[in-house]
Design a protein around this ligand. Structure first.
Ligand code: PBG
Length: 332
């Protein structure tokens, strides 16, 4: 046997020697977490002084626009430098009109956040499901199927409108074909050549989005999203989706969810030099919270271990509802 563990004196192997103290573990650590890698999702709603707890996601809130300056202040103090915006519109309709209205909820939120902290990276989630009365991510044909190309036009309008309101990054999560190219062209034509696109490239049709659909009120009123989101067993298909988005000029690619898809994160990492995001989704968050509430898990250790695992798999940045807690723990 030639492996290092057999070349040992007394009781200590080489790896155990460098594991004995926190200082030594710090020196040999291969993956480090920093609050600057985290993206914190926010659910913004109409009204004033609204800070309503989201039942399915303990610790997360529906916030009105006037609450966002406080949020920006807390994030800055914690070193979290990016947020991802989701909106709850005043009214829903078949074409999701509020998604691309100049005074829509996301547009108002982007303005308020940039006013509060111009250095905060505001990322707009671009998708129609929160804004359509049928709850699908695009518009429908008379037969009730999601109609790809007319949906692209509306998604591009939403991208331009949120970027004009101040969003620094556009993150399409709809999974329509060709949306990155359509959004890139629309942004360029509106003079926003410098606004990057973070594409939800490999987004799976996952049961782990359950708590989010309560938070964003975006449950499809019929059917499901399996016709446009990816089938969980597929990884080569994820690489094709990523390649297509890169060809369409995505600046950042994403794998979502994270935990059941760490192999997909690794596979994408090995195929592209582009920055890679992973989305630690609502169900992954709520599972931990539920176990912690019952005293079954140590929240701090489990969350930091989880986020480290996602980073170790190859993600550069992590969208996570744990962002504020994790940033606080990393700094204490
Ligand atoms: C919108 C969207 C969803 C999520 C992010 N953007 C829901 C879905 O596709 O059904 C899920 C996020 C989460 O679960 O935390 N398309």
């Amino acid at each position: 046997m030639t492996i290092a563990s057999r070349v040992t004196t007394r009781d200590f192997t080489r790896t155990r020697r460098t594991r004995r103290t926190e200082a030594l573990r710090g020196l040999v650590r291969e993956t480090r977490l920093d609050p600057s890698q985290f993206i914190y999702p926010l659910f913004v709603t109409h009204g004033r002084d609204v800070r309503d707890p989201i039942g399915s996601m303990p610790g997360q809130y529906h916030l009105s626009v006037d609450q966002l300056a406080r949020e920006a202040g807390e994030l800055k103090a914690l070193g979290v430098r990016a947020v991802l915006l989701f909106g709850l519109p005043a009214a829903k309709d078949p074409v999701g009109s509020e998604a691309y209205a100049a005074d829509g909820i996301i547009q108002q939120a982007a303005r308020a956040l940039k006013d509060a902290d111009p250095d905060l990276a505001v990322i707009a989630d671009v998708c129609l499901c929160e804004y359509t009365d049928h709850g699908h991510c695009g518009v429908l044909t008379p037969a009730g199927e999601v109609d790809n190309d007319p949906s692209l036009e509306l998604l591009a309008r939403m991208a331009v409108s949120t970027a004009e309101a101040g969003a620094d990054v556009i993150a399409p999560s709809d999974m329509m074909d060709g949306r990155v190219a359509a959004i890139r062209t629309a942004l360029d034509d509106s003079g926003m050549v410098a606004t990057p696109i973070m594409a939800y490239s490999a987004k799976y049709a996952s049961a782990f989005y359950g708590p989010f659909r309560e938070a964003a009120d975006s449950t499809p009123q019929f059917g499901d999203r399996r016709g446009y989101q990816m089938d969980p067993p597929n990884v080569r298909e994820a690489l094709r989706e990523v390649a297509a988005d890169i060809e369409e000029h995505a600046d950042v690619v994403m794998v979502k969810p994270a935990l059941a898809y760490l192999d997909v994160i690794r596979a994408v990492r090995e195929r592209t030099e582009l920055p890679l995001a992973a989305y630690n989704v609502s169900g992954e968050y709520s599972m931990v919270k539920a176990a912690v509430e019952r005293g079954w898990l140590d929240e701090r250790r489990v969350v930091l271990e989880t986020l480290t695992g996602i980073a170790r798999a190859g993600a550069d940045m992590i969208i996570t509802y744990h962002a504020k807690d994790a940033a606080g723990w990393l700094r204490s």
